[in-house]
Write a protein that binds this ligand. Structure first.
Ligand SMILES: Cc1ncc(COP(=O)(O)O)c(C=O)c1O
Length: 403
């Protein structure tokens, strides 16, 4: 662990007015003006921490790659739910941001994010009315549909509001939502283009079942098959004389597959910003087991707050600090040979028997997250750090916006 004494000799500027008491730290945290004033070791735990060097590198890797491939980039905000990150992506060249829920999209719109794509259908009165309201504020917003009745309902609501809204057809390429690709989808598009208050934008096809296929070649085969159905649907529409110049899909696991498929115009990945253990396991293009195209920028910072024996420490991060949907636990970064297991709502147990390093009471332990999206949704804020220095506090603005 980097101690304040070591840092004093290397970074005096940071520590010139450094806090000495918790009350001082608390005041700085509450002010939000943290840059140059706090170190990671000052933070209360568990804290959700995002490493800025890694995040910036991930944004630049993805934007650089997609630019080279000539594809638009509309990252999915369901991962981070944070307007600051959406703005950083826009600054890097993103055409907008995806949102999974109308609540997420509203929050992003409130904070100045445009180019929104709602990747799930607006079914139900409350969604439809809010969609039309959002479209009035942000006319470039795109909504997906997979059903004729819902299309008619959207058109009616848009007509009543005197608006025209953009819609795209959502294709069922992953056995989840969407309409069957090919003729059924084309039939729905023929219905859409007849609606006076809807503007047909194109196709969304998210092959989520391919994103985590282990091994690049297997993933490529799966994604090419799934996305091929979307490209074929686009061809059918064009043969019918319906312009379809937009096809959005793709994920962190398939960005370097889908962006090579002719006919796909836009990639909508999300997890690449943070990465997680689930994605680390999918395997790289060169056949390696570890998927390292993007860096693990997101961790949970915890404290060892009990040490029942030399073999274990108990951390202050448990079931409430991570999502628990994966069969593998968080991993303690920089503590090789340790094993984490959940010890209850507030507790994590770190087995030190194979550890290369000792962990003492009060030591900080940084844990890589099994699954980023639902873990982020557990926190009000994320702390942006550069090395050991705290640089900013970002609100998880759309936290809990699940409706
Ligand atoms: C519709 C849609 N598009 C894109 C993504 C981004 O996928 P990933 O986080 O794997 O990059 C998701 C994630 O669930 C999604 O649901």
């Amino acid at each position: 662990m980097v101690t304040r004494r070591i840092l004093l000799s290397t970074a005096p500027a940071v520590l010139a007015g450094a806090p000495r008491t918790w009350a001082e730290v608390e005041k700085i945290l509450a002010s939000g003006n943290v840059k140059g004033k706090l170190l990671k070791e000052d933070l209360p735990t568990p804290s959700l921490v995002v490493d800025l060097d890694a995040l910036e590198s991930n944004i630049s890797t993805m934007t650089g790659y997609l630019k080279q491939q000539g594809r638009a980039f509309r990252p999915h905000a369901k991962t981070h739910k944070c307007a600051e990150i959406a703005h950083r992506c826009l600054k890097a060249g993103a055409v907008g941001a995806c949102a999974a829920k109308i609540g997420e999209a509203e929050v992003l719109a409130d904070r100045g994010v445009g180019g929104l794509l709602l990747t799930t259908a607006m079914v139900g009165r409350y969604r439809i009315e809010r969609a039309v309201r959002l479209a009035a504020r942000k006319p470039d917003t795109i909504f997906v549909v997979d059903n004729a009745q819902n299309t008619t309902d959207l058109n009616e609501a848009a007509r009543a509001a005197g608006k025209k809204i953009n819609v795209a057809v959502d294709l069922a390429v992953a056995g989840r939502t969407g309409i069957t690709p090919g003729e059924p989808a084309a039939g729905l598009v023929e219905h859409i283009v007849k609606q006076p208050n809807l503007k047909f934008k194109g196709i969304q096809a998210y092959a989520g079942h391919c994103a985590h296929i282990l091994g690049f070649e297997n993933r490529k085969k799966g994604s090419e098959e799934a996305m091929g159905k979307a490209v074929e649907t686009r061809r059918i529409l064009e043969k019918k004389g319906i312009e379809c110049s937009w096809l959005s899909g793709g994920s962190t696991g398939t960005y370097n597959i889908d962006s090579h498929i002719d006919g796909i115009t836009e990639i909508q990945p999300g997890s690449f910003l943070f990465m997680d253990i689930d994605y680390n396991r999918i395997g790289s293009k060169d056949g390696g087991e570890f998927y390292g195209d993007f860096k693990n920028s997101l961790t949970v910072l915890a404290t060892a707050y009990s040490k029942p024996s030399d073999d274990f420490v108990i951390l202050d991060a448990g079931l409430k600090a991570f999502s628990t949907d994966k069969p593998f636990p968080p991993e303690a970064r920089a503590l090789k040979g340790t094993k984490f297991s959940f010890g209850g709502d507030e507790h994590g147990k770190l087995d030190l028997r194979g550890a290369a390093k000792k962990v003492n009471l009060g030591d900080r332990v940084e844990l890589v997250i099994p699954h980023c999206d639902p873990s982020v949704n557990l926190y009000d804020k994320m702390i942006a750090v550069r090395g050991q220095q705290v640089e900013a506090i970002w609100a998880v603005d759309a936290r809990g916006k699940v409706q």
